[in-house]
Design a protein around this ligand. Structure first.
Ligand SMILES: [Cu+2]
Length: 240
C-alpha cells in the first residue's frame, strides 16, 4: 500500500516529467541524407552470362553491380550510427531477406542486427548456390534449385562490425554483403543515393558510410532538440 504522501510525490514527479518540453533522451531524432559520387563513375561491365541459358535472357540485370551510380548518386552504401554508440537493442525476430532476381542478389548490400537471421530467396528459374562466408570462413555452402524454399544463413556467430559475404558458386559475378550492427539505426542507399535513419535519441554520434569496394567514411553528427532533431547529412565518394 502506498502512503498518501508518497503517492502525492509520485504524481508531482510524473507532472514534472510530462511538463518538460524537451525531455532528455527523447526518441525523436532523424538523419536524412544523400550519398554522392563525384566525377566520372566507373563503367559497369557487361557480364558474360552465356554459361546459364536462364541468366543470359535477363537483360535488365546484365551489368556488374559493384559500383552503381545514377545521376551522381551512389547506391548500395550502408549508412549507420557507429556500433557501440547507440545502446543495446534486441535483434528483430524476422530474418532479413536477400532475393536472387535476374541472376543477381537483390539487394546487393543489406544491414542486419547482430543475432538476426538472413534468408536467401531464389525467385529465379535457375539453380543458384549460396556460399556464405564470415572473415573468410564458411557459414554455409548450399545449392538452391529454381524457386526452392528460402535458404537460412545462420549469422549467430557474426557480431557488430562484421560483414557476411554471399557468393554464388554457379554464377561467379554474384556477390552480396550483409553488414552487422548492434542497433537498428542504419539504412542502405537506393539508386537515388538517399538514406533515412529515424527514431534516434538526442545526442552526439559518429555517422559512418560503408561501400563494399569504395570503402568507409565517417562524420560527427549531433541530434539536437526540436527542429535540430531532424538533421541532414551528405557523404561524397570520388573515383579511386
Ligand atoms: Cu547464382
Amino acid at each position: 500500500m502506498i502512503h498518501a504522501r508518497a503517492a502525492l510525490l509520485l504524481v508531482a514527479f510524473a507532472a514534472t516529467t510530462a511538463a518538460a518540453d524537451t525531455p532528455k533522451g527523447a526518441i525523436t531524432g532523424s538523419i536524412k541524407g544523400t550519398v554522392l559520387f563525384e566525377g566520372e563513375p566507373p563503367e559497369r561491365a557487361t557480364l558474360d552470362r552465356k554459361s546459364d541459358p536462364f541468366c543470359v535472357k535477363q537483360g535488365a540485370t546484365a551489368n556488374a553491380d559493384d559500383v552503381v551510380v545514377t545521376k551522381g548518386k551512389l547506391a548500395g552504401v550502408l549508412v549507420r550510427i557507429k556500433n557501440g554508440d547507440a545502446g543495446t537493442h534486441t535483434a528483430p525476430a524476422t530474418p532479413a531477406v536477400i532475393d536472387q532476381v535476374g541472376c543477381m542478389y537483390s539487394p546487393h548490400v543489406i544491414g542486419i542486427q547482430a543475432g538476426q537471421k538472413i534468408s536467401v530467396r531464389n525467385s529465379d528459374g535457375t539453380t543458384h548456390n549460396v556460399h556464405g562466408t564470415l572473415k573468410g570462413k564458411d557459414l554455409l555452402n548450399k545449392m538452391q534449385a529454381a524457386k526452392a524454399a528460402d535458404v537460412p544463413v545462420d549469422a549467430a556467430t557474426a557480431s557488430a562490425g562484421d560483414v557476411i559475404e554471399l557468393a554464388c558458386g554457379v554464377h561467379p559475378w554474384m556477390h552480396a554483403f550483409a553488414v552487422v550492427q548492434d542497433h537498428p539505426f542504419f539504412a542502405v542507399t537506393g539508386t537515388d543515393g538517399v538514406f533515412s535513419i529515424t527514431g534516434l535519441p538526442q545526442g552526439s554520434y559518429t555517422l559512418e558510410a560503408w561501400h563494399p569496394t569504395l570503402g568507409a567514411k565517417s562524420m560527427s553528427v549531433k541530434i539536437g532538440v526540436g527542429a535540430k532533431g531532424a538533421i541532414t547529412a551528405r557523404f561524397s565518394y570520388k573515383p579511386n
